[in-house]
Design a protein around this ligand. Structure first.
Ligand code: NAD
Ligand code: UFG
Length: 338
């Protein structure tokens, strides 16, 4: 079975390529390299010992994408390609809707014209908004998003569901990720944010490596055990394996499936700081700042449905997540260095 991975040079996509190849799947990667380094492909090949066919193509480029489909004839698509910076999406909503929604509309049109109607989509816990209940199950209603990025996920879930309703030949898996962190054990691939990181773990690792002075903790007056925000952090390799398990839901007649991918455990910002210090021996100075607009107090999953139906469960704990994030950052202080 051949899988086309859009956004396969990015953080989660690259880790998923490793797990797909290790599980015996053939892959091809499409990425416009807007937020990824061309060096990733060579590093993937070094990890798996297999060739990774790569196309520098934008998914909005209908002709280019059609050529990839004609060349590779994939059986299924795992669709990671998209813009993902929450704050930037508030400043550039048009760009986010055009890239994420426009891109997915072109992708799915090319797919159906080429007879490939199997897709796994990278969605997010952000679609739950301020969740109606915790732990969040898949039955929790979708909520109100606080930024255009979140709305693109919300709307794309609807669009892909409607495609399946209109044409049951479509098999669609919506994977709602919680907070992916960590990196491959080799330390050769990992998260490579542009500029100052928005997310907690890359910010911490950049403080640890000396690129940033101290962590700013956004609020310590939430209704949580220590007042700081609680999230469900998941090792990116576990998340990647979740995609391999989700492929079984693309069998003919599977229809529409939705899964949370998280660990079911919530850690606060200060829990993460402490775990990082324990796992690495590196001290993380921090200050308490006001709350960040749009943040919620607490968000963690019930991962039971994925375990029951996909046979998938996250294996790595917070220590491995911290160790592996640190290995990547300390081996690559400048990321991929380009
Ligand atoms: P990433 O930015 O590292 O990867 C996305 C990749 O898509 C990049 O390599 C980028 O160059 C590529 N891309 C963007 N627009 C493209 C286009 N028009 N054509 C071709 N390629 C394009 O991000 P990531 O963290 O690996 O996230 C992957 C997916 O998972 C995204 O859809 C993201 O929204 C989603 N997601 C991420 C998180 C997270 O915390 N990282 C959480 C929930 C969901
Ligand atoms: N935080 C800080 N300081 C920082 C960065 C983050 O205190 O410098 C705190 C936040 O306030 C929050 C927690 O750390 O309490 C996690 O914040 P992140 O920015 O790492 O992650 P979010 O939960 O805000 O959002 C992430 C992705 C979204 C995705 C969401 C749910 O960025 O795209 O997880 O999957 F939608």
């Amino acid at each position: 079975m051949k899988i086309l991975v859009t956004g396969g040079a990015g953080f989660i996509g690259s880790h998923t390529v490793v797990e797909l190849q290790s599980a015996g799947y053939e892959v091809a990667v499409v990425d416009n390299l807007y937020n990824a380094s061309p060096k990733v492909i060579g590093r993937l090949e070094a990890i798996t010992g297999k060739k990774v066919p790569f196309y520098k193509v934008d998914i909005r480029d209908r002709e280019g994408l059609t050529e990839v489909f004609e060349q590779e004839k994939p059986d299924a698509v795992i669709h990671f390609a998209g813009l993902k910076a929450v704050g930037e999406s508030v400043r550039k909503p048009w760009e986010y809707y055009e890239n994420n929604i426009g891109g997915t509309l072109v992708l799915t049109d090319v797919m159906r014209k080429c007879g490939c109607k199997n897709i796994i989509f990278s969605s997010s816990a952000t679609v739950y908004g301020d969740p109606a209940f915790i732990p969040i199950t898949e039955e929790c209603p979708k909520g109100t998003c606080t930024n255009p990025y979140g709305w693109t996920k919300w709307m794309l879930e609807q669009i892909l569901s409607d495609l399946h309703t209109a044409d049951p030949e479509w098999n669609v898996v919506l994977l709602r990720y919680f907070n992916p962190i960590g990196a491959h054990k080799s330390g050769t691939i990992g998260e490579n944010p542009n500029g100052i990181p928005n997310n907690l773990m890359p910010y911490i690792t950049q403080v640890a490596v000396g690129k940033l002075e101290k962590l700013h903790v956004f609020g310590n007056d939430y209704d949580t055990h220590d007042g700081t925000g609680v999230r469900d952090y998941i090792h990116v390799v576990d998340l990647a394996k979740g995609h391999v398990c989700a492929l079984k839901k693309l069998e003919p007649g599977s229809g529409l499936s939705i899964y949370n991918l998280g660990t079911g455990v919530g850690y606060s910002v200060l829990d993460i700081v402490n775990s990082f210090e324990e796992a690495t021996g590196v001290k993380i100075p921090y200050v308490i700042d006001p709350r960040r607009a749009g943040d919620i107090a607490e968000c963690y999953s019930s991962p039971e449905k994925a375990e029951k139906e996909l046979g998938w469960k996250a294996e790595n704990g917070i220590r491995e997540m911290c160790e592996d994030a640190w290995r990547w950052q300390s081996m690559n202080p400048q990321g991929y260095g380009d």
